[in-house]
Design a protein around this ligand. Structure first.
Ligand SMILES: NC(=O)c1ccc[n+]([C@@H]2O[C@H](COP(=O)([O-])OP(=O)(O)OC[C@H]3O[C@@H](n4cnc5c(N)ncnc54)[C@H](O)[C@@H]3O)[C@@H](O)[C@H]2O)c1
Length: 258
């Protein structure tokens, strides 16, 4: 038990979870609280974010707070990080996870739609990660970041068309490596996870024929559950990953292996 505690406990740490109101973010936030972290949720969904923060506090007894933050707005991100740092007295970890997808043939995607996806999925990751790192450096603290990329940063999904999403997630993987190298000197580790098809509000409402096709071409023959990402994120944010930075952990039921 002592080894388990030493390797994976997040006790005494405060973690920001972007996109933490629902889906993967919510499940991971709950699990991080269960292993000891206090949780700060950043999300645009005001009511859901507050409900989730309340639910996590009630179930785990940890301190939680919800901030209404659009990750595409650097000023909002900076204000929220400063406020969260004051309210929680410290910030240590970041699960940088907010993301959206648009499914349309590339020639039908408007410039606004393209920019929206790149803004949330890539620029948002950059704004939150760098502001969080700025906070750590300013406060002479070390920390860890786990970004949510996707298997779509490695392969092209089919049959749905989603060039903007795929490009944004490939960008997240390269951004993760770049920040990891830059921040070695500051004692900040930066890694990412690349999930395959995970059953959430994002995927569960998609066209049924697409969903059937995805399951056909995933060797596991099923969706992953958000719970199946929890261990990877806790590992990458915990002290057991002290020599791991710039890594991308693919969790996809063998999708990219075939
Ligand atoms: N579900 C999957 O199959 C899957 C696979 C690979 C990667 N991902 C990635 O995992 C992450 C979470 O996905 P999910 O399935 O839980 O989706 P979801 O839609 O259930 O949750 C995404 C959350 O992000 C929030 N969000 C969206 N735009 C935001 C913004 N501008 N600022 C702040 N918050 C914002 C939403 O309000 C929502 O709470 C995303 O980055 C997604 O691309 C999902």
């Amino acid at each position: 038990m002592a080894t388990l505690e030493k390797l994976f406990s997040l006790r005494g740490k405060v973690a920001i979870v972007t996109g933490g109101a629902q889906g993967i973010g919510k499940t991971v936030a709950m699990a991080m609280a269960e292993v000891g972290a206090d949780i700060v949720i950043f999300d645009v969904k005001e009511e859901k974010a507050r409900e989730t923060a309340k639910e996590i506090a009630e179930k785990t007894g940890r301190r939680t707070k919800a901030f209404i933050v659009d990750v595409t707005k650097p000023d909002q991100v900076a204000d929220a990080i400063a406020e969260a740092g004051e309210a929680m007295e410290t910030l240590d970890l970041l699960f940088n996870n907010a993301g959206i997808a648009i499914h349309k043939p590339a020639h039908n995607v408007t410039p606004e739609e393209w920019l929206r996806v790149i803004n949330v999925n890539l620029n948002g990751i950059y704004f939150v990660a760098t502001e969080f790192a700025r906070y750590l450096v300013k406060n002479h603290k070390k920390g860890a970041i786990c970004n949510t990329a996707s298997m779509s940063g490695h392969i092209v999904n089919w049959p749905q068309e989603q060039a903007s999403y795929n490009a944004s997630k490939a960008g997240v993987i390269q951004l993760t490596k770049s920040l990891a190298v830059e921040y070695v000197i500051d004692g900040i580790r930066v890694n990412c996870i690349s999930p395959g098809y995970i059953y959430t509000e994002l995927t569960g409402t998609m066209r049924k024929d697409w969903q059937e096709r995805w399951m056909d071409i995933t060797p596991y023959g099923r969706y992953g559950k958000p719970e199946e990402l929890v261990g990877a994120v806790i590992y990458l944010l915990s002290d057991s990953a002290s020599f791991t930075s710039g890594a991308d952990l693919i969790i996809d039921g063998c999708y990219t292996a075939v």
